[in-house]
Design a protein around this ligand. Structure first.
Ligand SMILES: C[S@@+](CC[C@H](N)C(=O)[O-])C[C@H]1O[C@@H](n2cnc3c(N)ncnc32)[C@H](O)[C@@H]1O
Ligand code: SF4
Length: 350
């Protein structure tokens, strides 16, 4: 279970003045941190990466101890939900040491939830340990149940491994939510089957509209499929009932009458969910992004490395939160054939 690692640098900086909670200029409380623990991945999904990605030099990447210290600083400032993501979080060497160490905040009650988003390829290996460390829920990204299409979408992935990972996660008692990116002409026909399969196994499904992040070597317009179309196609097969259910995130949910399960839609391009945004993201190099859809960022690695105490980090975080924008600025249209933002999703973790 939760472990105390005994190192004072890992602990909340009790010597410093009580860190102030994070409230942005629009009075939104920042309580949710998403941490990309690596930009590397064992897949090359067509909407996320190009086939020949250049990854960050390892020297630029924060050590697991530094990631723990940075997460601890955010937790001291009121973050109560933390999601590990990537790249693929489970390919980061020693990742379970970080999960183990962060789990002390679940034990103390400072964190209400520690969770992760994964492509599932390593889950068979780690599911039981994740559960034993206090993780209750995970998101697994899976766009199709067709093995050939799965290979085409992920370029390097094997569907069987992911399905075995999901089996292991459920057997370990983890609640699994499936996330699927809708891709025009690729998996749009499969989402009904994915829904039946997921709900049949007690897993909710969220469909995500493709976002224009990073150059992935394919025209975004060719991938873009508005979820209104996905929804109307699903409505031919299922009864979709609008519900007020919310997990506090950007997804809007419906209940599927025939299955009793929830179906979420994340439509960053066609809806604006920014008013209730409670989250920020850090990359594996310690860059803080205040908004997934904007370029403004703050380096936290320099203040982190500049001293053993956290005062410099707290100040840098406070200054950054005061710059959190009101909303994002994604655009895919015929005048903007380039990505709206040049960084890839694997940098900020979605
Ligand atoms: C970047 S991945 C990182 C975690 C893990 N590797 C995974 O795939 O779940 C997080 C999520 O972002 C989604 N994603 C990646 N690129 C995207 C894009 N351009 N538009 C929308 N979603 C994207 C993925 O499908 C995945 O659900
Ligand atoms: S979506 Fe996840 S699994 Fe796919 S390439 Fe990006 S980081 Fe890897």
């Amino acid at each position: 279970m939760a472990r105390s690692n005994g190192s004072s640098t890992f602990e909340l900086d009790r010597a410093a003045a009580q860190p102030r909670p994070l409230i942005d200029p629009y009075q939104r409380a920042i309580t949710y941190l998403r941490v990309s623990v690596t930009d590397r991945c064992d897949f090359r999904c067509v909407y996320c990466m190009s086939e020949n990605m250049t990854f960050l030099p390892k020297a630029d990447v924060l050590s697991l101890e530094e990631l723990d210290r940075l997460c601890s600083a955010f937790i001291a400032k009121g973050v109560s939900k933390l999601r590990l993501t990537g790249g693929e979080p489970l390919v980061r060497r020693g990742i379970m040491t970080l999960v183990d160490s962060l789990s002390r905040y679940l034990a103390s009650g400072a964190l209400k939830e520690l969770t992760l988003t994964t492509n599932g390829s390593q889950l068979a290996k780690y599911a039981a340990e994740l559960k034993s460390l206090g993780i209750e829920r995970i998101n697994v990204s899976l766009d199709t149940l067709d093995a050939d299409k799965f290979r085409a979408i992920t370029r390097w992935g094997e569907l069987d491994k992911v399905l075995a990972g999901i089996d292991a996660a459920q057997a370990a008692g983890l609640h699994v939510k499936i996330n699927a990116v809708a891709l025009k002409g690729v998996n749009d026909e499969d989402i009904g089957d994915l829904l039946a399969w997921a709900h049949g196994r007690g897993m909710d499904l969220t469909v995500i509209e493709v976002m224009p992040l990073g150059d992935v070597g394919e025209a975004r317009l060719d991938q873009y499929m508005p979820l209104s179309m996905v929804r109307s196609r699903l409505a031919e097969r299922y009864t979709l009932e609008d519900i007020a259910f919310s997990t506090g995130g950007p997804a809007r949910y419906v209940r599927v009458k025939e299955t009793g399960g929830h179906l979420g839609f994340i439509t960053p391009l066609t809806h604006n969910f920014c008013e209730s945004c409670n989250r920020v993201r850090i990359t594996c190099t310690g860059t803080l992004f205040m908004c997934l859809g904007q370029n403004d960022a703050t380096d936290l690695r320099a203040p982190l490395r500049a001293s053993e105490g956290n005062d410099l980090v707290y100040t840098a975080i406070d200054e950054a939160i005061m710059r959190k924008p009101k909303g994002h600025d994604f655009v895919i249209d015929r005048r903007h054939r380039r990505p709206a933002l040049t960084r890839h999703m694997s940098v900020t973790g979605g």
